[in-house]
Design a binder for this molecule. Structure first.
Ligand code: NAD
Length: 352
């Protein structure tokens, strides 16, 4: 049995689906169901006894103590977080509360549970913390990609809160011996991505005939990884990662935001041409840049590739095609998310 936190969010839910598709070990899934948590994504697991959903907060120590002593997981994978940079600029307090204070409380709950485990289980136990490349700050055009020894230089309230959580995880290993692992991944994309993020936003706005907003000059560079490849990296790190180590996860796919948007437009032109015969790129609109917008992120994933033998299955070209096709094929899911119907579904099926 493993415990996943934040398993109703974008990456966590993809991970839970992948985990159960790839093996028999049960998952307890703890999620607070903020606006970003969506149990609709996990509806195929509704009657699966190997998926146990628990509605709650990682910071709730009483709940965590009960949950850990009842289910006795051999590992905890912490996806739970506030994750949207723009939201962190407008209202940072939830980011501090969940990403910093919540992670601290989760570490303390985990430490109490781990201390009481029999020696053999104690040795086998793992706490895997999921983090971001944004903790390293920003790169100039000619800088080498981020590697694990780069200095932390977070620039947004989101990345600062994730950096703080990474430091807490590290300290709980060095101070208390908690068996931790940390992964720092580049930007993910793929199925079930909440449509406030660039790629799903552009696909859905394009189909709805709305403007495709580009921040500033659109030349910000991000390094993109298909979410299923992130999931396979997490499984690999859990299985074989060295205790106390951090692993950068990325697919060597640096793209400017403008390139990403043009790629999506070209795919949509092919797969779902506009009725008026014009290209979707016509809908591109430039908007005021985000304050403090990092210029470039890029990940050097050689440690994970060489030490643990991990490789992504998708290139950006294959992954983005699958993603656009997924959004075309799953308009019910996106309609539920954008209309808020998934909240009704959650209340009906889980009483949450
Ligand atoms: P998301 O916002 O889609 O999902 C976060 C989930 O956590 C939601 O289901 C939410 O309900 C839950 N949650 C929030 N606060 C909680 C709390 N206090 N207790 C329990 N659950 C809570 O985020 P995501 O994109 O799936 O990201 C997951 C993790 O991966 C985050 O830690 C993020 O920093 C990290 N990450 C994301 C990316 C990316 O591109 N999306 C890249 C690298 C790392």
């Amino acid at each position: 049995m493993i415990l996943v936190t934040g398993g109703a969010g974008f990456i966590g839910s993809n991970f839970v689906l992948d985990w159960l598709a790839n093996g028999n070990e049960a998952v307890v899934n703890l999620d607070k169901l903020t606006y970003a948590g969506n149990l609709d994504t996990l509806s195929s697991l509704k009657d699966n006894p190997k998926h146990i959903f628990i509605h709650g907060d990682i910071g709730d120590r009483e709940l965590m103590a009960r949950l850990l002593s009842t289910h006795r997981p051999r590992a905890i994978i912490n996806f739970a977080a506030e994750s949207h940079v723009d939201r962190s600029i407008h209202g940072p307090s939830d980011f501090i509360q969940t990403n910093v204070v919540g992670t601290f409380n989760l570490l303390e709950s985990t430490r109490a549970y781990w201390n009481d485990l029999p020696e053999v289980d104690k040795t086998a136990f793992r706490f895997l913390h999921i983090s971001t490349d944004e903790v390293y700050g920003t790169l100039d055009a000619h800088d080498a990609p981020f590697c694990e020894s780069n200095r932390y230089e977070p620039n947004s309230p989101y990345s600062a809160s994730k950096a703080a959580s990474d430091h807490l995880v590290r300290a709980w290993h060095h101070t208390y011996g908690l068996p931790v692992l940390t992964t720092n991944c580049s930007n993910n994309y793929g199925p079930y991505h909440f449509p406030e993020k660039l790629i799903p936003l552009v696909i859905l706005n394009a189909l709805a005939g709305k403007p495709l907003p580009i921040y500033g000059d659109g030349q910000q560079v991000r390094d993109w990884l298909f979410v299923k490849d992130h999931c396979s990296a997490i499984r690999r790190v859990l299985e074989a990662g060295q205790l106390g180590e951090t692993y950068n996860v990325g697919g060597w796919n640096e793209k400017t935001n403008l390139d990403v948007v043009h790629t999506i437009c070209t795919l949509l032109d092919e797969l779902r041409p506009r009725a008026d015969g014009k290209g979707y790129a016509e809908q591109i609109t430039y908007v005021t840049d985000r304050p403090g917008h990092d210029r470039r992120y890029a990940i050097d994933a050689r440690k994970l590739e060489h030490h643990l033998g991990w490789k992504p299955a998708e290139t950006f070209e294959t992954g983005i095609r699958k993603t656009v096709q997924w959004y075309l094929d799953n308009q019910d899911w996106t309609h539920h998310v954008t209309s808020g119907q998934y909240r009704e579904w959650t209340a009906k099926h889980y009483g949450a």
